[in-house]
Ligand binder design. Structure first.
Ligand SMILES: Cc1cc2nc3c(=O)[nH]c(=O)nc-3n(C[C@H](O)[C@H](O)[C@H](O)COP(=O)(O)OP(=O)(O)OC[C@H]3O[C@@H](n4cnc5c(N)ncnc54)[C@H](O)[C@@H]3O)c2cc1C
Length: 373
């Protein structure tokens, strides 16, 4: 019988809470199509992980366990997921929109001769799905014409399914066959940073920080808020922060509840990675730059005055203004400059809030206020 299969992909042998969003998305699709929802886990320790994932609303949970799955390779994992799809007789396969999930989805779609939709943000009552293009300026509605379809769901989009019963786990045998690719090595980052892709809050810095030292203020605010740290490509290309922090078209896609952009102009390639954030706070000297124009809260001012641990800035360290962009979202009115005072405006309705620079309030003094946005 046709059914939905939500496939969890362990990272280094463990499943994160983001996996529970796959069951959340699966439930929406299963209800829309009136089909059963099943789950699958692949990996070298899949059986041990199956009980957790399967208890979150799946009728059956397929565990594909094999030593060849100890490390992620697209080739082996695609074959393993295909084995789970065959065992389940699944007609819709849900994967995460992570780097691994998207790579896997493409291979799997070829193996299964299936339709493919990536970065799905909405599942409609008739089973069609929606995804955005061009920073969300264009939304496509996708109807699958193939018997089997593969979709990856955008992070932080669907609810995390709660554990509510025992899992019904079924083992699936799997023959990896001769591999054309081989896992060589894994180097873990020695860091306690919060993963950008799954972060509920992100503080991101750009070229307006003036140099690598400026990121100290960004990291301090992120730690105070329990947020992940993001960056623009110009800051990354300048060597101020590693690439893994880059948000945008050629970096990570994020969908946090709160995105604070410090010294980022908001060129369209950056917006492509973060425009679906819930509340966007922009801190910038240029009230007319695209990010200030689209932000829910636009704070015009020198970042060094607003983030207290910022390094002193010399005039020569200042960033050059970016070229004007054609991207001008209409949502916000501009914020007038009032010398050292900084105006704090949300959708033109909260003119009463004035944050002051050195002498007065700063954003970093108020992590709880930001956390509650
Ligand atoms: C194919 C392609 C892919 C790309 N992919 C990405 C991508 O994935 N992600 C990405 O980010 N970019 C990407 N880019 C680059 C993108 O076009 C922009 O160049 C980049 O996003 C600009 O980074 P920025 O906003 O930090 O720098 P700028 O555009 O230089 O903006 C700096 C901002 O800081 C402000 N500022 C200056 N001084 C201060 C201060 N003291 N306090 C507060 N604010 C201050 C300025 O007013 C300005 O708005 C891509 C470009 C191409 C062509």
């Amino acid at each position: 019988m046709a059914n939905i299969l939500a496939v969890a992909i362990p990272q280094r042998g463990a499943l994160g809470p983001a996996s529970y969003e796959l069951l959340g998305a699966g439930r929406v699709l299963a209800d829309a199509l009136k089909l059963p929802l099943n789950a699958a886990v692949v990996g070298a320790n899949a059986k041990a992980l199956a009980a957790d994932i399967g208890a979150r609303g799946a009728e059956k949970t397929y565990a594909v366990e094999h030593p060849s799955l100890a490390n992620f390779t697209e080739e082996a994992y695609a074959k393993a997921v295909a084995a789970a799809v065959a065992a389940a007789g699944a007609t819709r396969v849900i994967l995460p929109s992570s780097v691994a999930g998207r790579a896997l989805a493409a291979r799997l779609a070829v193996l299964l001769k299936a339709g493919l939709a990536t970065d799905v943000t909405e599942i409609l009552p008739d089973g069609k799905v929606r995804r955005g293009y061009f920073s969300g300026n264009l939304v496509a509605e996708i109807e699958f014409k193939t018997p089997v379809a593969v979709l990856t769901v955008a992070p932080m989009t669907f609810p995390r399914a709660e554990a509510k019963g025992a899992a019904n786990v079924q083992d699936v045998s799997f023959d990896p066959g001769a591999a054309k690719s081989e896992f060589v090595s894994f180097a873990a980052e020695a860091s306690r940073e919060i993963d950008l892709g799954a972060a509920e809050k992100v503080v991101a810095g750009g070229f307006g920080l003036g140099g690598p030292d400026g990121f100290k203020a960004v990291f301090d605010l992120a730690h105070a808020l329990g947020a992940a740290v993001g960056a623009s490509r110009r800051a990354v290309d300048s060597g101020w922060i590693p690439y893994r922090h880059q948000v945008g078209l050629t970096g990570r896609m994020v969908r946090p509840k709160l995105y604070i952009a410090v010294g980022i102009s908001g060129q369209i390639q950056h917006l492509a990675g973060m425009s679906n954030a819930g509340t966007i706070v922009a801190i910038n000297t240029d009230k007319d730059c695209p990010l200030m124009q689209m932000a829910s809260i636009a704070v015009q001012g020198e970042y060094a005055e607003l983030l207290p641990s910022s390094p002193p800035r010399s005039r020569t360290a200042r960033a050059t203004p970016s070229p004007p962009s054609a991207h001008r979202p209409q949502r916000l009115r501009s914020v007038p400059s009032r010398g050292p005072a900084v105006r704090f405006v949300q959708d033109g309705e909260r003119d009463g809030h004035v944050l002051r620079g050195r002498s007065g309030l700063t954003l970093a003094d108020h992590p709880s206020r930001l956390a509650n946005l």
